[in-house]
Design a protein around this ligand. Sequence first.
Ligand code: SAH
Ligand code: SF4
Length: 491
Amino acid sequence: MSVLDSMEAYLASDDYQNALQAPDVEPLRQYYYVGVLRKLRAQKEEQLGHPLYACTKTFGCQMKARDSEKIEGILKSAGYHLTEKEEEADVIIYNTCTVRENANTRVYGRLGYLNSLKKKKPHLMIILCGCMMQEAHVVEKIQKSYRFVDLIFGTYNVYQLAELMVRRMQSKKMVVEIWNKELGIVEELPTERKYSFKSGVNIMFGCNNFCSYCIVPYVRGRERSRDPKEIVEEVKRLADDGVVEIMLLGQNVNSYGKGLAEPVSFAQLLRMVSEVEGIKRIRFMTSHPKDLSQELIDAMAELPKVCKHLHLPVQSGSSRILKQMNRHYTKEQYLDLVKRLREAIPDISLTTDIIVGFPGETEEDFEETIDVVKQVEYDSCYTFIYSKRTGTPAAKMENQVPEDVIKDRFSRLLKVVGESSEKRTGLHLGQTVSVLVEEPNEQDDAMVTGRMDNNLLVHFRGGKRLIGQIVDVQLIECRGFYYIGELVLEN
Ligand code: SAH
Ligand code: SF4
């Protein structure tokens, strides 16, 4: 029985109809609150004379996007219509990120706008959740200066959304429910997938690495791996539901399985997931170089469903800075890893994350980073300006690099990164490759857009009925970072 069917069966049962209060056990407790929220929503719709819309905005990483799918699943089950337009919504949820300061600034900036919407539409419910809400100083500031916010919750209790919305509707004042650790994982709730044919799957939560610049371990807690059987079951359910591509998600997937009653390595998990019928492509992120084993390289080389793409954040090319960052590898070890990867999987596409301007970074350190980019020849790089995060060891380090120096280094880095991407992208010209068709082309109605195994985008002439299919496409023109292709064969 699907999760949705189980929930509906409970809501139709005498147990729910006769219940005087919410059950204590999950997920029944949340099913119960979805039922209550349905009734409250219907009453409100009757009062207002129109259906209620909910809008979720996601800031940040793939794991956050997955949480938003859970949020939308709950809202849809409670009968809300989903919209991307904030102006049209009766409930607005911001699922926030706090990895860099500018993510926080953006949210504060948008809150003023939400206040103006609420003035026009007093019943508008404003909800904030996600990593930023795990920081005490943020919650204090919102409670003090943004009193129009209705509900705040954190990263550990997303599954409680219906319960918390009901509490807000019944209490008439701001509800704040932040936990500082996980009190149980509830996965058996409906999710609203953004794409019908691909999905993220959480394999672990939190992070134990404490890179000295990073706030993630403080807002997402200690590393916990999900049971491999549960993961495989989830992947099977997704495959039954038409999903062909999955992305296994974790802050450091290479350390998957530590701490389980029967430890399983990430390479072993990949093999288990590979056996699920119907799944055609498997991706994963993120990999920490310090934990990337030869066993995983071998599994990637051997398993045909595993995409030949690896996101391997280097952060800096200077061994001295890497030590200060608490990354546990040197420039030489990283380059050796890349060499072994390219030997085992010659056509592998490598991408990375780089931070510019970590405290104490000298011109020589920065040149080491440039050198790594030139040597590795990444397909693409996510480049970040160092952002000081309160509470992390790096925030207290002396020698913070001046802004003008960082800006100059950043633009020099972008140039080298651009050259390397262009060179790599061009390598496939003329080849026929398999492409998972993802969406209609934004600019041209007669075209669709899809992704190659190595994550590069291809636009080609084709109908919308191809969406969700894997087709063969010949790459006829390279336009810098993407291709124009021609449909060869529908598989
Ligand atoms: N767990 C992943 C990445 C999580 S955060 C990993 O270890 O690779 C995503 C990226 O944001 C990081 O790889 C890093 O490059 C960047 N980042 C994290 N904290 C940052 C900070 N304080 N300033 C600038 N960039 C940061
Ligand atoms: Fe942050 Fe490092 Fe953990 Fe990645 S591995 S989430 S960068 S602490």
